[in-house]
Design a protein around this ligand. Structure first.
Ligand SMILES: *Cc1c(COP(=O)(O)O)cnc(C)c1O
Length: 386
């Protein structure tokens, strides 16, 4: 490993490669026609990568708007001095309306009660609250039902404290090509937008594409794309791989804090679920556990990298630590070039020499998607920006 910076107080960290993030953002920007805006989705602390540095990097690479999942995430960005437009992707509790106005956060809107409360809060502060109308075109998650779109707008549009800055929907199957449900959602969205325009209502920016939509369905970029996972260098589906080249932004690493040669038959970790099968096996401890996002269901299944070699993780993963075995005399693939030592760098996600563990590999072993893997590592580990 070349130059390794590890945090002072704990040998466990997430490395965030901002240069890769910048290149990924620029790669998406190049997929958009002139005039189509890019809204970067930075919910869940930028999918675990740290929202504030990511937002600054994305903006420098051509993004003009940002999206979060919660009011608290939006407020945190404002408090860090971010002044670009921020959309909260669902309608928060009505008690938040003053906070939204105060911090100039645009909520998704789909009920008249919320919309009118937002308008009141804005008007009483002598402001106009901008919002995006969310339409449920078939995912059955959030949004106004497509049959009620015009009626909702007619109920709220009289309010001088409200301005519709956008109209959007979200696809359930944008990662598929030639999918009937996708086509159905897109049709319904087009119809709803046409109905609003036909009724003389302002739609603001029209948007619907997420990462897979942006790459696979350029016919519905409309005024803006909402790109999330791809910015972090991860593909939402195999179908996008040939269409855009991306670099993973996150690596997860720790250092060996203890290493021993246990006796044959010694058990490892809670429940002693792994026992040392032969001599000349090292068992090393790394201070990363399930409270850091390393799912316990990976126990005895995952590999880590050290010295450019794969080693098998052994024993149950603990809350704050895990162990791995180095087969010092064993089969080539799991035998490090030299015995493991105190302080050695261990890679859980990322590259070490010619070997690499991807978030996709870990997701497969966990039975989940790469999104959840990176979000989880964002929870507690210190982040180092490179
Ligand atoms: C999370 C989210 C996105 C981004 O999705 P990716 O697949 O990560 O690109 C876009 N729009 C909405 C409404 C979302 O919730």
């Amino acid at each position: 490993m070349n130059k390794v910076v590890s945090p002072e107080s704990r040998w466990a960290w997430v490395e965030v490669n901002l240069a890769a993030l910048r290149r990924n953002t620029a790669a998406f920007k190049r997929q958009l026609e002139r005039g189509v805006q890019m809204m970067c989705v930075v919910k869940a602390d930028a999918y675990g990568h740290g929202a504030v540095p990511c937002v600054k990097t994305m903006h420098a690479a051509g993004a003009s708007q940002f999206a979060v999942a919660t009011v608290a995430e939006g407020v945190a960005l404002r408090e860090a001095g971010i002044e670009w437009p921020i959309l909260v992707l669902s309608e928060p509790p009505v008690d938040c309306v003053r906070t939204l106005v105060e911090h100039d956060l645009m909520p998704a809107v789909y009920t008249p009660e919320f919309a009118l409360a937002l308008g009141e809060a804005a008007a009483s502060a002598d402001r106009v609250a901008r919002y995006h109308l969310a339409i449920d075109t078939g995912m059955t998650r959030i949004g106004v039902r497509r049959s009620d779109v015009v009626e909702l707008r007619r109920t709220i549009d009289f309010h001088r404290g409200l301005e519709c800055a956008g109209t959007f929907t979200h696809f359930a199957t944008a990662d598929l090509v030639d999918d009937w449900d996708f086509a159905l959602q897109l049709n319904r969205f087009r119809e709803a937008v046409a109905a609003l325009r036909g009724a003389g209502l302002e739609t603001g920016l029209v948007h619907c594409d997420n990462t897979p939509g942006t790459v696979l369905h350029p016919e519905c970029h409309f005024d803006m794309c909402r790109v999330g996972i791809g910015l972090y260098g991860l593909h939402p589906a195999d179908a996008t791989r040939p269409r855009i080249s991306l670099e993973p932004v996150m690596s997860v690493r720790g250092r060996v804090v203890r290493v021993v040669y246990p006796n044959v038959g010694d058990g490892v970790g809670y429940g002693l679920t792994w026992r040392v099968p032969k001599q000349n096996i090292q068992v090393a401890t790394v201070p990363i556990g399930y409270a850091d996002g390393l799912a316990r269901t990976l126990s005895n299944k995952m590999d880590v990298l050290t010295g450019g070699t794969r080693c098998r993780q052994v024993g149950n993963i603990c809350m704050d630590q895990f162990m791995f075995a180095a087969d010092v005399a064993g089969a080539r693939s799991y035998r490090p070039a030299r015995p493991v030592e105190y302080g050695d760098v261990v890679t859980l996600i990322g590259a070490d020499g010619d070997e690499r563990v991807t978030a996709d590999e870990m997701a497969r072993l966990r039975g989940t998607i790469n999104y959840e893997v990176v979000c989880d590592f964002g929870m507690r580990l210190e982040k180092i920006y490179t």
